[in-house]
Design a protein around this ligand. Structure first.
Ligand code: SAM
Length: 310
């Protein structure tokens, strides 16, 4: 074993993983990056002391980031992934046959290059697909300036630290809304609600100040220690949230998409929040609604607040 590699994100406790072999370690222009082998987790990527992915369980997060919004859409064609330089989300997006264009906006070229070198099974050819466009840029700036419009925007950022902090701001989410076509879906990673309820609260409030429908959902990501992991969802179209298991199963079959975590039943079940998370989400939605009303009042009459999905 080379050494122990520590996750330094949590203020009062630490996770250490044995690095049987450190494959690559560098301070890039944007962040500290280390890739190592671990007997339990396989190949592990850590950025700025936070575990981003392991080859043993990455499919969980990547499937839930991609298939929950895309299975909810009839024929998704254009998708933007912000962050996600490991290629896992793009891999899953490209499984949907109606996809014509996936734009990956990643700030750090090193993340893409090291993915291709040390765990090519994660992108699995996604970067070479003719439908994929890779842009090396700060997602905040790119999304604010793009003229393109997307059916879905998937924010596969790291935690709200370092270069990723700007991808968790109301301004960035407002730019995302602007870059979505009408009725499009925005999904963003949203951290560990049990340990970081403020992260869930702030993103939910931002989403509720911009969109008619907001619904965080959860997945169980073993290498993100600290309970269920939250992904947040927003759209102005409520039908995307009201899809039967039967219809989801038909779509999966018709699209010929094999999964190892996402299922039609789990798709809907993932939106059922534990009470401690609901107690964060419900007031945040109400606050977002009043932010929205206040903004509109600044320019005229407010729309009544909408209830959270039961
Ligand atoms: N699943 C991981 C998680 O939830 O922590 C995220 C994985 S992905 C590797 C995060 C990516 O976001 C990294 O490749 C990082 O370089 C990229 N990133 C961070 N800040 C960014 C920014 N401002 N614009 C675009 N990409 C950014």
């Amino acid at each position: 074993m080379d050494r122990w590699v520590e996750e330094t994100f949590h203020p009062h406790w630490r996770v250490r993983m044995a690095a049987d072999e450190v494959l690559h370690e560098v301070k890039t222009e944007h962040q500290h990056l280390v890739i190592f082998r671990n007997r339990t987790w396989g190949t592990v990527l850590m950025l700025d002391g936070v575990c981003q992915l392991t080859t043993s369980d990455e499919f969980i997060y990547h499937e839930m980031m991609a298939h929950v919004p895309l299975m909810a859409l009839d024929r998704p064609k254009r998708v933007m992934v912000v962050g996600g330089g490991d290629g896992g989300v793009v891999r899953e997006v490209l499984k949907h046959p109606s996809i014509e264009r996936v734009m990956l906006v990643e700030i750090d070229r090193e993340v893409i290059d090291t993915a291709l070198t040390y765990y090519p099974e994660i992108p699995s050819g996604a970067f070479d697909d003719e439908r994929t466009v890779v842009v090396i840029a700060d997602g905040r700036k790119f999304v604010a300036e793009t003229d393109e419009r997307f059916d879905a925007i998937i924010v596969d950022s790291s935690e709200p630290i370092g270069p990723s902090a700007v991808l968790h701001t109301p301004e960035f989410f407002a730019s995302c809304k602007h870059a979505l076509r009408e009725g499009g879906i925005l999904v963003s990673q949203n951290g560990l609600p049990f340990l970081f309820p403020g992260h869930l609260r702030d993103t939910t409030r931002s989403f509720a100040s911009l969109f008619d429908h907001v619904a965080p959902y959860l997945c169980t990501q073993p290498c993100y220690f600290g309970g269920p992991f939250a992904l947040n969802w927003a759209s102005d179209e409520d039908e995307h949230l009201d899809i039967s298991v039967k219809r989801l199963a038909k779509r999966q079959e018709k699209r010929g998409i094999a999964t190892r975590y996402w299922t039609p039943i789990l798709h809907n079940a993932a939106f059922a929040l534990p009470r401690y998370a609901e107690l964060v989400v419900q007031p945040a939605i109400a606050e977002g609604r009043s932010d929205r009303a206040a903004a509109k009042n600044g320019r005229g009459n407010a729309k009544p607040a909408k209830k959270l999905r039961a």
